[in-house]
Structure formats: C-alpha cells, structure tokens
Design a binder for this molecule. Sequence first.
Ligand SMILES: [Zn+2]
Length: 248
Amino acid sequence: MQTLLPQELLNVWEQGTVWPAAVRALKLLALAFPKRSLQELEKMCIGERDSLLLMLREETFGSHLVCLAVCRDCNERMEVAFSVQDILVDPAIKTGEVLSIAVSGYEVWYRLVCGQDLIAIAGIEDPTKARSILLDRCILAVRYNNENISEYHPVDELPIDVLNAVVDGMEQADPQADVQISLTCSSCGQQWQASFDIVSFFWSEIDNWAHRILRDVHTLARAYGWSESDILEMSPLRRQIYLEMASE
Ligand SMILES: [Zn+2]
C-alpha cells in the first residue's frame, strides 16, 4: 500500500465530489494500490474492499475512529470511539469463490457482491430494483429438481425464500461488508446496533481535511506568496508552524 500524498488526495477529492460512493472507494484504492489493476480492485468483494479501505484510512488519518450517534430513545448525542483493528474481520471466504445453497428444491450457485456491482446500481433509487439487479448479477446458476434453469431469468422466477436464503448466505460469508457497532446510551441505558460504513465515513473525513488544507494554503499563500504545490509538499508540522507564525 502506498501512502497518499496530499496533492493526490486533494485531486481525488475534487474529482470525486460528483462520483457515487462505490466509485470513490475504487479510486482511493487505485491510488493506494497502484500495482493492482482497476479490474482486480473492482472485482473485490465488499468486505475485502472495505478492509483495504480501513487500512488506508489507518495509514492516512490514524487508527482511531470517532463517530457521532444519537440515542433512538432519548435523542442524547454521544461520541463512539473505536479502532480500525476493532472492526477488521478475518475474511470467511476469498473474492471469486462460488457459494451455493439448496432451498425448496432449488440449488443456487452465486458469488459475493463486488464493487463493480455497486457501481452498476449507483443512481438506482428503488431499493427493490437495486436488490434485484445485484442478485441477477451475482446468481451464476440455478437448478430445480436437478434441471438446469439458469438460461431463464432466475431472479424474476425464483421464489422469495430462495432469494432471501442467497442474501443471508452473502451476509454470513462477507461479515466485513456490514460492520455493526454496539451502542449503549450513557443517559438512558438504551442499547442498539448501528451500521458503520467505511466508505462514507472516510470520504467525509477527506472532505473535512480538504477544506481545512485549502484554507491553510490560502492563509500561507497570502502571507508568504508560496504556491499551492509548495505548501502541500511541506510536512504537516512545518505547515502548522508557518501557520502559527503567519497569524502572529
Ligand atoms: Zn438514551
């Protein structure tokens, strides 16, 4: 993994303002893992993709994560802190591995959802339609009473309990794709689970960082006449010391 330079991070942030989340994830990984092809990164299952993003986040902003949560019961706002290591899960299976289930006389072979699938459904607002497209892409073959029926439209024709079993199988095989954080309200004691999505979390941090660093560039350029690239190439420590002196 390569450490992202400030200029690279700024460029991907600027271009990424109009990208869907799945493209942002892909472009960040493409920068950090230049030896891996775009196709290889796109085909990674979501858990593998997210574990790499967690490691990249650790490399970029450190391992300590702080989220804000609001109690469902009493609306108390609270900070939840954990580390990257706390939420990294050992992969149960490898990207590309074929899974299967047998339900109600059906045998279904399928693969896990990958980043390319999420890019394909980006912009589809109807969750039922998006789910159907994902299943259609991930179901590889279907047999009913030992007859191969995969040449038909399996997702449209398969019973709902079979499709639900496929979704359950996907979730169990790729736990890193849906990280759940256990929360307890310090005010009323209410306990619940919340999803943690590394793509939106990391991107919002990058967004905050970009606005902060552009403000620093503005301050230093105005004080000293340096160029943006000169200022971005400085270490954070040196930039901070110049900022303090510029405000004296
Ligand atoms: Zn509460």
